[in-house]
Design a binder for this molecule. Structure first.
Ligand code: D41
Length: 688
């Protein structure tokens, strides 16, 4: 949080503070709505707004007509004509946790005069983080597109919506009302957004802050040729005007019908009738959030039946029958206390920002990666700056932006070290590479420690119980230095360590012993060869079958392995050319580490050779990337979309259009349990 962000409202008893708050909110408003260039995350803005509202609630006599709370939306950009919505586009109230969600349901039951255990059907859908728009169809023809604007007046964006492929210019089928207004969200896919920013940087243009602002900026272009190039989509979530025709009696059925008329709806739309199912939906979607191809900032719950919606009505522009369930914001503002440099497994020196702790993406974050030296320059970051921190899913938090407007005189330059902060070896930086490295190799304690952590990690030797902290202790007590030292640890060594009871020492030693039996792929991955990840290690193991053959292979042979390019081949060859690496391998073999070796199977002999598989929906027992690797191991190709050439579709939960297409094309479909059974039959070992 910036220094001037109120933590409570009591500090705003004097009007100057309030004026300052007005100014801040108005500035953010202008940047957000007019320039499409916000400088702070929404949550920060919401916080300011909330503080002002709270103060005004305490001081109702002092609410000025100039207060930002007294107007809705912002001025439209000049150049667009205005559209008055015949039926206002309502806004949504928010809830933030399951208690508030259940209060929302209770209020509805009470208003409808129902008792607390009577069930009401709700439609649930993701809340897409884009911009709300209205489309008007007359006799099935798209005649107008408009932004929501302030809910009453929006901007005419007909020329731009016509460029969006997921918006039909003419409705499909028949039976639609003569006049039909469809409402929904225009948004940008995450991948398209990344692509756009890469392109923007190449030509020296400014990056967009996030997919939502990129979508807003794209839809409010005066030149539709620019909009047409942007990867936009639209998903529908309600209807407005309905004249000269009928729609079903509930929201869910209406959306399904819109879908039949050619409009896109969200595949995760479901109906639920009890609180538990609502909570399950929240849990499921929260887990899925970071994997979705678009950003969502929450979910929307709507009373399904229109007759009930009507009875409930709305207050101050928000329907009583709907609410947004907001997820924790993935961005927050905080201050950089310091920048320190960490040494990774391969010697890469990564700058890390030490932050004033801040709650973001559901956890408190006090460190964020800055990737490399170039990034500090690109961000123009100084110690003491206010920054925006992003944390999505389980990904490492990162600093995405510096709030240059808020920079004070109390900032200092980041001091880049010239020697390794751990072992004082020289730092090397290859021309044209962004990464600086410690040249100490395994003589550097930091690199040794990281190498050991990697060796013991889940995808490598999988020595459960030998994690970061224990390795840290073992290295600093000089009990472990090289990989094979792990196998020479004694119970005596272990029980002397803090927090290591006899039972856990026994357990750890048993795990170390058991995991000596490994696979060639795990072993190669564990060695920590630069650029050799899990998939490359698997490919090397499958194609060579024997470690010695890999050691002997030259670069020319190595590039024939799938996924191995000239750079990776060079790293592999270089690794095995170094005598001390071969010694490490010998020492591990001598300590009893073994793996089965066998003549590699000819790719053509694999059970799924030549078959094309498509994965869709959410797999609950394994990740999609895992499923992909399993299929590839059996010789199948995994494609992204369903076509006539597809042999089989594996459909997880909430599978959408791909599943439908597979059914239309009469392609074999496996459910997740069927898929797992199928893998087992083909001898794939699953550790689920
Ligand atoms: O996905 C969304 N962003 C979304 C927004 C959604 N799925 N449903 C919505 N439903 C409504 C009502 C209940 C008023 C028809 C909305 C919005 N409103 C909305 N978007 C922006 C302001 C309001």
């Amino acid at each position: 949080m910036s220094a001037d962000t109120p933590s409570n409202t009591s500090s705003f008893s004097i009007p100057e503070d309030i004026q300052h708050l007005y100014d801040q909110i108005e500035l953010h408003n202008y940047r957000y709505h007019v320039l499409d260039e916000p400088s702070v995350p929404d949550a920060h803005y919401d916080q300011l707004f909330k503080s002002l509202k709270a103060w005004e609630l305490q001081n109702p006599q002092a609410v000025s007509p100039q207060s930002p709370t007294q107007r809705v939306g912002a001025q439209p950009k000049s150049g667009f004509s205005q559209i008055t919505h015949e039926m206002p586009m309502l806004s949504l109230d928010n809830v933030f946790d399951s208690d508030e969600l259940s209060d929302f349901v209770t209020r509805i039951q009470e208003r409808l005069g129902l008792n607390s255990d009577s069930s009401i059907e709700f439609a649930c859908e993701p809340k897409l983080d884009g911009i709300a728009v209205s489309l008007l169809y007359e006799d099935g023809i798209l005649v107008r597109g408009a932004t929501r604007g302030d809910g009453s007046i929006g901007e005419d964006i007909t020329h731009n919506v016509r460029t969006i492929d997921s918006i039909p210019l003419k409705l499909l089928g028949s039976g639609y009302p003569q006049r039909l207004e469809v409402r929904g969200e225009i948004y940008m896919l995450k991948a398209g957004f990344e692509q756009m920013n890469i392109q923007a940087e190449k030509v020296g243009e400014k990056r967009f802050v996030n997919p939502r602002n990129a979508a807003a900026g794209s839809i409010r272009q005066l030149d539709p040729r620019i909009t047409a190039k942007r990867p936009l989509e639209m998903c529908c979530y309600s209807v407005g005007i309905v004249e000269g025709g009928e729609i079903p009696e509930d929201h869910f059925a209406t959306l399904k019908l819109l879908n039949e008329w050619g409009l896109k709806i969200n595949p995760y739309l479901i109906k639920v009738s009890d609180t538990q199912a609502q909570i399950d939906y929240v849990t499921k979607m929260q887990a899925l959030r970071s994997e979705l191809p678009y950003e969502i900032d929450g979910l929307v719950f709507k009373v399904n039946r229109y007759s009930l919606q009507q009875r409930l009505g709305f207050i101050s522009r928000a329907p009583r029958w709907a609410t947004a369930y907001k997820f924790p914001a993935e961005e927050a503002v905080t201050t950089v206390d310091n920048v320190e440099f960490q040494v990774g497994r391969t010697g890469a020196i990564t700058p890390v920002a030490r932050l004033v702790p801040v709650f973001v993406g559901g956890v408190t974050v006090s460190n964020a990666t800055l990737h490399n030296m170039d990034e500090i320059e690109r961000l123009d970051l100084k110690v003491g700056d206010s920054v925006v921190v992003h944390r999505a899913g389980d990904v490492i938090p990162k600093v995405v932006r510096v709030l240059l407007d808020e920079r004070t005189d109390n900032v200092s330059e980041v001091v880049v070290p010239t020697a390794c902060p751990i072992c004082e070896s020289d730092i090397e930086r290859i021309e044209g590479e962004a990464i600086a490295r410690c040249s100490g190799g395994l003589t550097c304690a930091a690199q040794r420690k990281e190498a050991l952590i990697h060796y013991a990690s889940k995808k490598a030797l999988d020595i459960d119980g030998l994690g970061d902290k224990l390795i840290d202790t073992l290295v600093s007590k000089e009990l472990v230095e090289k990989f094979d030292d792990i196998y020479h640890l004694s119970k005596n060594n272990l029980v002397r360590l803090e927090r290591m009871a006899e039972k856990s020492a026994d357990k750890l030693l048993a795990t170390i012993e058991r995991t000596k039996q490994t696979t060639l792929a795990r072993f190669i991955y564990a060695l920590g060869i630069r650029e050799v990840g899990e998939a490359t290690a698997r490919n090397l193991a499958t194609e060579f079958g024997f470690l010695n053959r890999i050691i002997e292979a030259d670069e020319e042979r190595l590039v024939q392995v799938s996924d191995v390019g000239p750079i990776v081949a060079k790293h592999i060859a270089r690794f095995f050319a170094q005598a001390h690496n071969l010694e490490v391998i010998e020492a591990l073999r001598a300590a009893g580490v073994t793996w089965p070796e066998a003549e590699p199977l000819d790719v053509g002999e694999l059970p799924l050779a030549g078959k094309i598989y498509v994965l869709t929906g959410t797999l609950e027992q394994m990740g999609r990337s895992e499923a992909k690797v399993f299929l590839q191991e059996l010789g199948a190709k995994v494609a992204g979309s369903v076509s006539k050439k597809t042999d089989c579709v594996v459909a997880g939960a909430a599978a959408g259009s791909k599943l439908k297409k597979a059914q239309d094309l009469e392609i074999e479909v496996l459910t997740e349990p069927e898929f797992i059974e199928f893998l087992k039959v083909h001898g794939v070992v699953l550790d689920l």
